[in-house]
Design a protein around this ligand. Structure first.
Ligand SMILES: [Zn+2]
Length: 576
């Protein structure tokens, strides 16, 4: 273990209480949960201070949750600013999921022509129209990756000061201290470390909302912003473009644990973990949570198929099967991004069914990234409903899809499983099962909207992506049509797609994707893949459990089965 940083921070709320002068007024915006802010306001009142302690994170949403009286309100109009240092829909996104939260009360959003950092809120009642102003303190800053951001920030107004000034909160100071310490550390060559562990103790409680899977979570947001900011720091350091998925810094692991009040961080380098967290075996078809690693292996054992394997960077086994038959071959894989867990169950369920077909011909590689999966299990122990993107990539810190025999040399590790599958079955179709966040994904300290992933910041239904070699576009269209027709018959799936897409459109605006039979789809020509047609699923599955999880892996399984069926017809027609 090598220590890089160990700091305890004074809590901003405690400082506000300690420094307040009796008989004064105080307004502050900080990154704390509602209970902590209310408690501090009560302590201030006891000291004779009239205080309003608001959330710096999603201030409009919190204003509606905590302050605005909606009794008798028949309509709401929100006029939001547009700032040159942010996407034009930034403040409408930050209001998410207000349109659903206030339903059936109609909510209109309108962009204002200025960049004043506040919302104008118009509340319409039968007898009156009330205008409110809801402040949204933000600051323009350049981050350590060299990018200019407009980010939410703490703010304070005291006494008769109507403007106030920036208040660097504990939450912002902690983030900045960690990123600066990692930037200042003397790193040698890539991979720079095995595990870079960032253990944060923070008191914010998660606050579930009544819309879909939505949860307000400052600690989840901190995990996301630390993980991607540190990844970007190493991208920049290595001379790669931001967002490059081939960087191999090692495994970056922010563990944001809930404390009783303390705010602290400890950053250290550790050896890679090599085990898995054990959990009970579940009935595969009704699994309500991600599977135990042993159950994944045991399910593969039940298939009448040839085993092939690889090893991850930490030495964990990557196991797969090849079943040879007279059908047109299909490659099936899941768990490339290990925090997207419904695909793993769906791939196995599909393989069990295909295994019963006499002529079936496929490879099944249900967990391509076991190091990420083991990390996801570990992180879920503390925070089961956080999306944990630190578990997305491998222990090398790269996206295994972008790793090749040429660019990796002796570091090919888990990627070997996909190359072996391609060689064994020589398939023309690869069904690659993925997921994405089932609730809003943010980076509050780096411009709010996740950089390079803006398209995935809000859930928008079960999404399909086709990537094809040139001249395979029409084949992919036929496949998307067949698969989406089949999926549309699953109970509730079109309604849930519609609900999520409608809310996405209210807050994000233009969707930028095509609808095919009720499913959002993207299709593009791309020769990065070896196999000519890749069908990628994107189920909004990160953080779901129970019935929602079963619906997710059922949709994944049905995608594999219908794509397999359709592919037999497509290939038969092509050879006539
Ligand atoms: Zn993915």
């Amino acid at each position: 273990m090598t220590d890089i940083l160990s700091v305890r921070f004074e809590r901003t709320l405690d400082r506000l209480v300690a420094s307040a002068r009796p008989g004064t007024r105080l307004e502050a915006w900080i990154f704390d949960d509602a209970t902590s802010r209310r408690d501090a306001a009560r302590r201030l009142a006891e000291r004779g201070v009239e205080a309003r302690l608001r959330s710096a994170y999603k201030p409009l949403l919190h204003a509606f949750l905590e302050e605005i009286d909606l009794a008798g309100v028949e309509g709401v109009t929100i006029r939001y600013p547009v700032h040159a240092a942010a996407p034009s829909n930034r403040f409408r996104l930050e209001a998410y999921p207000l349109a659903a939260l206030l339903a059936p009360c109609p909510v209109e959003f309108a962009a204002r022509g200025d960049d004043g950092l506040y919302y104008d809120v118009e509340l319409r009642r039968a007898a009156e129209i009330l205008m409110l102003r809801v402040d949204a303190p933000n600051r323009v800053h350049v981050d350590l990756a060299g990018e200019t951001n407009l980010s939410p920030t703490g703010w304070i107004r005291e006494g008769n000061d109507d403007v106030g000034q920036r208040l660097e909160t504990d939450y912002e100071a902690l983030f900045q201290t960690v990123v600066q310490a990692v930037a200042d550390h003397g790193w040698a060559a890539e991979p720079y470390f095995e595990e870079l562990n960032i253990r944060v103790a923070h008191p914010a409680a998660d606050e579930p909302l009544t819309v879909g899977d939505e949860v307000l979570s400052l600690r989840e947001a901190l995990h996301e912003d630390l993980y991607f900011s540190l990844l970007e720091l190493f991208q920049k350091r290595s001379g790669r473009p931001l967002g490059d998925r081939g960087l191999r810094p090692g495994q970056i692991v922010p563990e944001i644990v809930r404390s009783g009040g303390e705010i602290s961080v400890h950053v250290e380098m550790r050896p890679l973990a090599t085990g898995f967290v054990e959990s009970a075996s579940q009935t595969l078809d009704t699994a309500a949570a991600p599977l135990d690693r042993k159950q994944i292996a045991a399910t593969l054992e039940t298939l009448d198929a040839t085993a092939f394997s690889a090893f991850s960077r930490s030495g964990r086994a990557v196991e797969a099967r090849y079943r040879r038959g007279s059908d047109a071959a299909v490659m099936i894989s899941a768990g490339q991004h290990a925090n997207e867990t419904t695909g793993i169950v769906g791939a196995l369920r599909a393989a069990v069914r295909l295994g019963q077909r006499a002529t079936s011909h496929f490879t099944i590689s249900p967990l391509e990234n076991p190091d990420g999966y083991a990390l996801h299990q570990r992180l879920r122990g503390e925070n089961p409903r956080h999306m944990h993107h630190a578990a997305r990539y491998t222990a090398l810190g790269d996206d295994l899809e972008y790793r090749t025999a040429e660019n990796a040399g002796p570091l090919l590790f888990e990627k070997s499983i996909r190359i072996q599958a391609e060689t064994l079955c020589d398939a023309r179709l690869h069904v690659n099962l993925h997921g994405y966040p089932s609730h809003e994904w943010t980076r509050p300290l780096s411009g709010y909207v996740p950089r390079h992933f803006a398209m995935w910041t809000l859930p928008k239904g079960f999404f399909l992506i086709a990537r094809t070699h040139p001249n395979w576009e029409r084949t992919a269209e036929t496949l998307l049509d067949r698969v989406t027709r089949h999926l549309g018959a699953l109970p509730g799936i079109l309604e849930e797609n519609q609900r999520q897409i409608a809310l996405y459109e209210r807050h994000a605006g233009e969707t930028g994707f095509r609808m095919i039979n009720g499913f959002p789809c993207l299709s593009s020509v791309d020769d990065r893949h070896t196999v000519p047609v890749t069908l990628i699923t994107e189920y909004p599955d990160e953080t779901i459990y129970g019935e929602a999880f079963v619906r997710g892996h059922t949709a994944q399984m049905e995608t594999v089965l219908s794509a397999y069926e359709a592919w037999q017809d497509i290939m038969a027609a092509a050879t006539v």
